[in-house]
Design a protein around this ligand. Sequence first.
Ligand code: LMR
Length: 394
Amino acid sequence: MFETLKEQPADKILQLMQMYREDPRETKIDLGVGVYKDASGNTPVMRAVKAAEKQLWEVQDSKAYTGLAGDPAFADAMIGLVLGEAVARENIAAAATPGGTGAVRQAFELIKMANPKARVFVSDPTWPNHLSILNYVGIETVTYRYFDGETRGVDFDGMMADLADVTSDDVVLVHGCCHNPTGANLNLTQWQAVIDLLLEKGATPMVDIAYQGFGDGLEEDAQAVRLIASSVPECLIAASCSKNFGVYRERTGLLMAISNDSSRKSLNQQSLNFLNRQNFSFPPDHGARVVTMVLNDPALRADWAAELEEVRTSMLGLREQMAAELQRVSGSDRFGFIAQHRGMFSRLGAAPELVQKLREDHAIYMVGDSRLNIAGLNTQTVPILAEAIVKVGM
Ligand code: LMR
């Protein structure tokens, strides 16, 4: 049977991770996969997470199954974090998933189940795995313009022109904050215009929010998703705890299906539960439980928010240093956008050959579309990167 298996396309981000591991050069710099690293290159367990895990070890007396949608307390805590008071709880069906990717996957399956004709509009570019999973699930994708190669900001006119083609069968996938891979984001006026267009067309938004707290702050980063969820009749939200709680390997995420008609909640919930049961049965619990403890304990929550703020501001500092350093070595302002971008990533907008040159000649690893992970830098490596960028002719 297995002789019929075909080679699957490699995931570019994971492939790069492997290449980096195998590179023996001591000076190598990893700006690839989206994992936060501190100034010493470590991805620490956050203080509040560690404290909650210790408490959990003391008090947990069973590892029996939770529910198909996970522990409802996790959903409540995450809904509070992502949506605040924007949507009445009775309108939200939610299920814990294995990470944000799990939420994305379950959302696509729900879309397919609800409307086999649905197409999903995705930004060009988007996180490559969005396209890969959509393709795997068998959903037609349509791209909308997003990144302006000149300004390295959002091509808002292009985006609106392309979204004018959506129909009431379609879903429009957006990044709630910290767009991956570009780092370029809409402002609230632009979000409102997108919402108005979707309302006019009757299309359904799906928000992927994987970096809340990495951009302009925990509340600020949630403004777009809250505006969307409170304005449209129905939407989907895939939220990840991997980055903002640093629980990458615990696989902690939540999928929300929102209908402003609360009579739909029970069917929405049942469908989410059903999909979990088909795909993996009960979602992982450890990360979700720890996140719940952190969010529900005022002291742990305050410490977590403070540490997340340190992470955010350190990345902003690196962005500013990088923009200033590039201005110095290139003698031009053309890299000023790096300080304007938000989140973990910036897309430099350079040709793949130059990205390859950076890797081969300078042992600097970034994704082939010239996405760099700002958190992979520190104050010492910023000048090295700036020098190399200019040297390879980016
Ligand atoms: C990334 O974009 O690097 C992260 O979301 C990690 C991943 O799974 O690709």
